[in-house]
Write a protein that binds this ligand. Sequence first.
Ligand SMILES: Nc1ncnc2c1ncn2[C@@H]1O[C@H](COP(=O)(O)OP(=O)(O)O)[C@@H](O)[C@H]1O
Ligand SMILES: [Mg+2]
Length: 279
Amino acid sequence: MQVVSISSLKGGVGKTSVTLGLASAALAAGIPTLVIDLDPHADATTGLGVKPSHQTDIGRLLKNARKADLAQNAAPSGWVGAAESGPSTSSGRKVLDVAVGSAYSGIYDRPDLSRRDLRRLSTVLSRVNGYSLVLIDCPPSLNGLTRMAWTASNRVLLVAEPSLFSVAGTERTMRAIDLFREEFAPDLKTAGVVANRVRPSSNEHNYRLGEMKTMFGDLLLSPTIVEQANWQQIQGAAHSVHQWPGESARQAASLFDDLLKNITDSGRMRSRALRRQPS
Ligand SMILES: Nc1ncnc2c1ncn2[C@@H]1O[C@H](COP(=O)(O)OP(=O)(O)O)[C@@H](O)[C@H]1O
Ligand SMILES: [Mg+2]
């Protein structure tokens, strides 16, 4: 089971959008996937079309980590029905579940979590089987929830827009991962940095992408995700981009197919140490 945190220090750069795009690609590829919605705003839960039901939310599961039964409380994404009835690139039952987000998880988004508290998500996940991929949508801070996610993860995927403050924020997040790895998670890898909302015709974006290439080297992932005019419409309809009609959605879906391959391919499981070698 590969556990990937989708993180950034900044809000609004596209963590939830990238989480949803990867979940959509995983569903299309028939990879049994669990999305953990760790952001108290619970946008991923909304976007994945989860209907509120009997499930206990992730915040309350974390509170009772030792006894919590995530498997019983994971809600199926509303995308699954449409994926099963539509054209398929894979056979068998489709699995895309969601550990439901809620404001309650905010009680852990403090800067001063104890080592024991940091392990709460790992404890909950240790009893979960049947998924090949776990995607954790993090809140826009490096407080307790993001650190709890990193403690439970094999890799961190950083999301950045090609803008001055976002690039600088990503560099700071990289340093925070280094420090965190030294102290708490020696095996944590950086999956890379994905540039989102890229406008290929923008000089400023091309300049910032060049800067990111210099700064992050091979950790700058390919492909970059372009700005998509109908993105809000797709998300507002709680739809999977793979199920949305039209050429632009098809192109976006194929970007996420490639991105998913690149971050799950073992060849990309490189540590930060590799990046530091002289090029
Ligand atoms: N590639 C994209 N093209 C167009 N709009 C996007 C793209 N990525 C994100 N957005 C929009 O930007 C806003 C913030 O994205 P979101 O994924 O919620 O960011 P975060 O989770 O980092 O706060 C949302 O309204 C989303 O629809
Ligand atoms: Mg978000």
